[in-house]
Write a protein of this length. Structure first.
Lengths: 319, 207
């Protein structure tokens, strides 16, 4: 790990001020992803700004019926909140489908949104990786790509493997961001994670240097039945090969979002519209421009099957 | 007491262990943003005892416990948050100490396996692991036991898991819940079924 200076701030305004003249600084909260990457020197911040005391750990009911989740609410606390379990069960379900009890105690909502790829080539400093070293190439293309994305690919084919973000995408959550000058702006979750594009530099998140996630807003609860179905290599504590979040409404319409198949949480108007026709039609609509490799071609069929399972679950449970 | 850090995998972890708390005043000010200080004095309460130590910022909580405080119960298995052998309980919550920096724990209260029990006064979870043969080589056991104790507290507090059938209802004490909640602790000897039995026994259920 490279040496760095450290400070602990007491408010988000203090946090962005601390970052303002230090582009190589990083915010740290749970640390479960950043510290791992710092050990490998994939992340080499010269300064860490510890935001754990910044007072962003509340879950508030808003006058318009939405709910505002502070960026520092732990994954455990969010999944345990009775309002979330009752009105946004898909959020609790998706969080509980990821990581381990220990990691969920540490990881925060903001950090969960910001988690980096788990591509083994990103982690291997001896190999080219456009995401780690822009312009060096993508080792996964032509490499072993069983876990990689089949849609949204460009100069990088890492799949987005998070769980919570897939549920947030389904619910049209909004990310509240503080700018370096202390002003607040909002980013729809669908724009927050970025597909890689075909350029040399890969922007993963719709954040400028020094911006800080302060909250996630969940719109007023949807009345529908939800399901989150995750397929992985072992029964617990593994990243998704494919995950499906669905909500079905009383009129037969619904929404569907995917994890594990796209370079970002994957949802489309066409996919939502096709959901009334069933899993086959919806997965075909979502994967229209799929470019699978020989190793991850199975994800096309697995998406349809996982979606069928999710639809079955949604028809059965959690009204 | 001096730093015990020979053979560290990373260089220059511990500057010193001050002999008394006055030495903390000479440590770099952690709030002075302009100073590129790379170490900070912190206070930890470990197993009920207060310690002040100066830590290189790169030091994980696990390394501070093992190498500076010489509490080697928590184990370094993967050092990547995947095996759970380093699980300790911080302010009542189980975490993996390998993915946390010691400097982030200034003022925190930490419970390690050494504070949970000893051969003369075993914690009920330790007795149950013995009784049910919940280990073979024992390397993962301190982490398993810390994890299991804090996990049962989570269940009592109503924290749901991926195995909870009704997400809004209190979790039930069944083997599927224990297995899911303990999935962050890997046992390469494969003592899982006995571990589940031990945990259920302690929790007052029947295995």
């Amino acid at each position: 790990m490279k040496a760095f200076s450290y400070e602990r701030v007491q408010s988000p305004v203090e946090a962005v001020a601390a970052h303002r003249h230090r582009p190589a600084a990083r915010y740290i909260a749970g640390g479960t992803n950043l510290i791992d990457l710092m050990k490998l020197e994939i992340e080499t911040p010269t300064h860490l700004i510890d935001i754990n005391d910044a007072g962003l750990d509340g879950i508030e009911d808003m006058p318009d019926g939405s709910i505002r989740i502070g960026a520092l609410v732990s994954n455990t606390d969010l999944a345990s909140d009775q309002r979330i379990r009752t009105h946004y069960p898909i959020v609790a379900r998706s969080i509980l489908a990821g990581a381990s009890g220990q990691l969920r105690n540490m990881a925060t909502v903001g950090g969960n949104l910001m988690q980096r790829t788990r591509c083994p080539y990103f982690y291997d400093l001896n190999l080219p990786c456009n995401k780690r070293n822009p312009g060096t190439g993508c080792s996964a293309m032509g490499g072993y790509s069983r876990t990689h994305a089949i849609v949204g690919i460009g100069s990088c084919i890492c799949a987005f493997l998070g769980d919570m973000s897939v549920a947030l995408r389904l619910l049209d959550a909004v990310v509240e961001v503080m700018r370096p000058d202390g002003a607040i702006r909002t980013v729809p979750i669908g724009n927050f994670h970025k597909a890689p594009g075909h350029g040399e530099v890969i922007d993963e998140f719709a954040l400028e240097t020094g911006e800080l996630i302060v909250a996630v807003l969940l719109p007023a609860p949807l009345s529908g039945s939800f399901a989150y179905h995750k397929v992985r290599d072992r029964a617990s504590f593994a990243f998704a090969l494919v995950s499906v979040a669905v909500v079905l409404f009383a009129d037969g319409s619904g929404r569907v979002a995917l994890g594990g198949v796209g370079t970002k949480p994957w949802r489309s108007e066409e996919g939502d519209a096709a959901l009334t026709l069933g899993a086959k039609a919806a997965s075909e609509a979502l994967l229209t421009n799929a470019l699978p490799t020989e190793h991850n071609r199975y994800k096309v069929e697995l998406t349809e099957r996982a979606m069928a399972a999710a639809l079955e679950d949604a028809q059965r449970v959690e009204q | 007491m001096t730093a015990s850090g020979s053979g560290f995998p990373t260089p220059g972890l511990f500057v010193s262990m001050p002999e008394d708390s006055s030495a903390a005043a000479t440590a770099p000010d952690r709030h002075s943003g302009d100073e590129p200080a790379c170490s900070t004095a912190i206070q930890l309460t470990v197993n009920g005892e207060d310690s002040i130590l100066v830590v290189d910022h790169r030091t994980t909580l696990l390394d501070a416990l093992r190498e500076t405080l010489e509490l080697t119960g928590a184990k370094k298995g993967c050092d990547q948050g995947q095996c759970g052998a380093c699980t300790v309980i911080v302010n009542g919550r189980r975490i993996v100490s390998c993915l946390s920096l010691a400097v982030m724990h200034d003022g925190d209260s930490i419970l390690t396996i050494e504070g949970i029990g000893d051969p003369q006064a075993l914690h009920p979870m330790q007795s149950a692991f013995l009784r049910y043969d919940g280990y073979q080589c024992g390397f993962c056991t301190p982490g398993q036991i810390c994890s299991a104790i804090a996990m049962l507290d989570e269940m009592r507090a109503g924290v749901p898991s991926g195995a909870t059938s009704e997400i809004a209802a209190p979790p039930r004490l069944i083997a599927a819940e224990i297995r899911e909640r303990m999935s962050g602790n890997i046992c390469r000897c494969g003592a899982y079924s006995n571990i589940v039995d031990a945990v259920i026994d302690v929790a007052g259920g029947s295995a």
